[in-house]
Design a binder for this molecule. Sequence first.
Ligand code: FCB
Length: 459
Amino acid sequence: MSSPGGASNFPEDFLWGAATAAYQVEGAAGEDGRGPSIWDTFSHTPGMVFHGDTGDVACDQYHRLDEDLDLMAGLGLKAYRFSVAWPRIQPGGSGPANPKGLDFYKRLVAGLRERSIEPVLTLYHWDLPQALEDKGGWTSRETSSRFAEYAGIVNDALSEDVRFWITLNEPWVSAWLGYGAGVHAPGYADPAKALAATHHLLLGHGLAVERMRVGDNRIGITLNLSPVRPAKEERPADVDAAQRVDGQANRLYLDPLFRGSYPEDILEHYRPDTDLSFIRDGDLETVSAPLDFLGVNYYMRHTVREAERPRAGSLLFPGIRARSVTPHGAETTAMGWPIEPDGLTEILVRLKDEYTNLPIYVTESGAAFHDYADPEGAVEDEERVSYLDAHFRAARAAIGEGVDLKGYFVWSLLDNFEWAEGYSKRFGLVRVDYATQRRTPKSSARWYAGVIGRNGLEG
Ligand code: FCB
């Protein structure tokens, strides 16, 4: 690690990037042979997404690729993390590739390379082909094999130009918000389904890694991880709830990936709901196949208390009698998420101490605020600047403690379709006026370009 020019600097070759995901930005939902995904179905179901918003058009990146690539180059991005829409590649979830779907990503990757921006490709950012959901989705073992087949197709087509491959984005969210809490597609609220989905997602990850182990590609997975603490240290019920939340949100993913086993306390907890027969001999060996890096998405720490029910604005951890609370006095983002940058240092150091010495990339970090645009569309988003500044400092503190952190991707390049919140929450460095699709870099974009240019913070 070098720090020329002062303590603020980051390691040489630090990969500063920005991230998006297919369904959130692409639009063109019915074009060039793309099939429907669970998010098309879910967002078109009345009452599931705020304001009835859908990703039909989103930021229309499918048709505005060059403009968006130029925007990235203008910011000086060193890397761009995007996801491939499975239903563009295999509209029905299996069978041969749709060449037009692959073409779009070939153009994207070529455009990045022309601008010297490193492509970081995520294979699955939640848009499961609806045809697979109709056969059980992630609760079905078959979906794991289908995922590996799809991963192989994309890998064969793009591995010459893409070095960084991420199998899954945030399997906790896919499983627990999609199948456990019912607030994301496909909309089931059944903890037993969520646990089966967790296993099949991880199995699919492991099978995809096996399938993609050719050449010198770097393969990883992205987890959303959060340190967890009890609302009241002196309340044993809250201490236990915190242990359960850590089990469901962190250990249920980290243990199988890095230790080849599931955390017993969490399995024990769900035994009344399921006989766990979906876990077969040999599966955990597949799941724990060696990786080249770990992606971490960090948004918040969880402060939790024992509770039977969620409350508006609180995160629910399905089936474990726990919900999050906002710590007294904490500032929050427009999502209602507490702003706690030191939680990033804490989780990164814990990964090194307890799980892995693999290189780590923060593959998402960022915040929605109530941005105000002037008539020209300009946004002075000082809150986002201080949010990012504080989180970059927290990342640097982790590097100082020996964490091998190699890159950081701001969520997000653009304002976009924020899942169940629709277009009401704006996370972008760049504002999108959805009526005209006009893009306007916010103050935070200019500030971030400065950070990238000097490879560090001021002061
Ligand atoms: C993460 C998702 C990403 C975005 C951010 C705000 O959980 O991976 O798509 O919605 O949250």
